[in-house]
Design a protein around this ligand. Structure first.
Ligand SMILES: Nc1nc2c(ncn2[C@@H]2O[C@H](COP(=O)(O)OP(=O)(O)O)[C@@H](O)[C@H]2O)c(=O)[nH]1
Ligand SMILES: [Mg+2]
Length: 355
């Protein structure tokens, strides 16, 4: 990956220079404040260094259609893959034997992809009703149809509207603040947007060094109360960071709801730790769905090989999967969720014709 450093006095200046040199699809890989040493500290404002990569480095050349399932890195190359992620997956598990018989061979792959019995049944029913009980001859053809069937299940709730406050909620430690910093960095350095952050106390006090450091680097103002949040007409994106709440405590969820009720027009996104098992994630979604949710964002995907298991959430809830967070580095590993992103590392890159 070719990486070019840009040193600038402000985030806006860095954005302009990256755009001029690399165009709108440049990928921001890292951002940090450069130390000012010696006496210069007294008069010189610290500068920021942004590492960016030109767009042609982002995609692998699409390969020929997969003839057999394999684990591949995702098409989005801004993610660092660990050795652990490259390990091949077993192709069957204990659920496979309990599935109703089908001539579709591709169904045998679904348990290893982390799909629950219920989700597999749904996919199998849809495969057969959409394409017939008799599968096409080659496994590669079955995989093409499986991709289409899964894609038809992708939930769309509508676009994120940055004119409305964007609020990230979820259990404590699920990665909300980290994801917010990744999103903010993308807005400011890749999209050239102006933004502000509201760091609110919820049922607990909200302290975050990560948020403090990154807003400072980006020159983004942080408001410690929600006073101006609903009435703000500046046109700047408003990102709201709230402490997590215990999803097993209805009282905490009730209090969170009261905080959210005061933010008029908010789009509320549930942030979950994708390394957790599916039954836990589904229970968390059920608990938080008493709130007006506009989608889900899933983090910690550097700790989970089977991104395909997120299909359980898509098949089991009416919520749109918005963004995926991969790792603690900011802004690295912030990926708009798409059907192919979940499938590529499991089924191999999609043939170019159906992308
Ligand atoms: N491995 C890994 N750790 C993460 C990820 N996102 C956040 N974390 C870590 O998880 C912890 C909690 O993150 P934070 O964003 O403060 O969670 P919050 O309480 O939901 O705001 C911190 O130590 C983060 O560095 C991720 O995608 N992968
Ligand atoms: Mg937080």
């Amino acid at each position: 990956m070719q990486i070019v450093p840009f040193v600038a006095r402000t985030a806006a200046e860095a954005f302009d220079r990256i755009q001029a040199q690399m165009g709108p699809d440049a990928v921001v890989v890292n951002v940090r404040q450069l130390p000012v040493s010696g006496l210069a500290r007294l008069w010189r404002k610290p500068r920021i260094e942004v590492l960016a990569s030109p767009p042609e480095n982002r995609r692998q050349t699409p390969s020929t259609p997969a003839t057999a399932p394999r684990v591949e890195p995702p098409a989005e190359r801004s993610i660092d893959m660990t050795d652990q992620e490259q390990v091949a997956l077993p192709l069957t598990d204990r659920f496979a034997s309990r599935l109703r018989p089908s001539r579709w061979k591709v169904v045998d792959l679904l348990p290893a992809a982390g799909l629950t019995h219920l989700a597999i049944q749904t996919v199998l029913d849809d495969l057969e009703s959409q394409w017939g009980k008799e599968p096409p001859g080659a496994l590669a053809e079955e995989i093409v149809r499986l991709r289409e069937t899964l894609r038809s299940h992708w939930v769309i709730q509508g676009p994120i509207d940055l004119a409305r406050p964007q609020v990230l909620v979820g259990p404590p430690g699920s990665g909300k603040t980290t994801l917010l910093c990744k999103w903010l960095t993308r807005m400011v350095l890749s999209e050239g947007r102006r933004a502000k952050v509201f760091q609110l106390d919820g049922t607990a006090a909200n302290h975050s060094e990560t948020l403090q450091v990154h807003t400072e680097i980006l020159g983004v103002p942080v408001h410690r109360t929600g006073e101006d949040l609903s009435t703000d007409t500046s046109g700047e994106a408003r990102l709201v960071d709230i402490p997590g709440v215990d999803w097993r405590a209805p009282r905490s969820l009730g209090e969170l709801r009261r905080v959210l009720d005061k933010i008029s027009g908010a789009q509320v996104h549930l942030v979950l730790n994708g390394a957790y098992e599916i039954p836990v994630l589904l229970s968390q979604i059920r608990a938080f769905s008493s709130l007006p949710l506009a989608g889900i964002m899933v983090t910690h995907l550097d700790e989970e090989v089977r991104w395909s298991k997120l299909w359980n959430l898509i098949l089991g809830t009416p919520l749109e999967l918005r963004f995926l967070g991969v790792g603690t580095a900011i802004p690295g590993g912030f990926i708009p969720a798409k059907s192919d992103v979940l499938n590529d590392r499991w089924l191999g890159p999609a043939p170019a014709a159906i992308r």
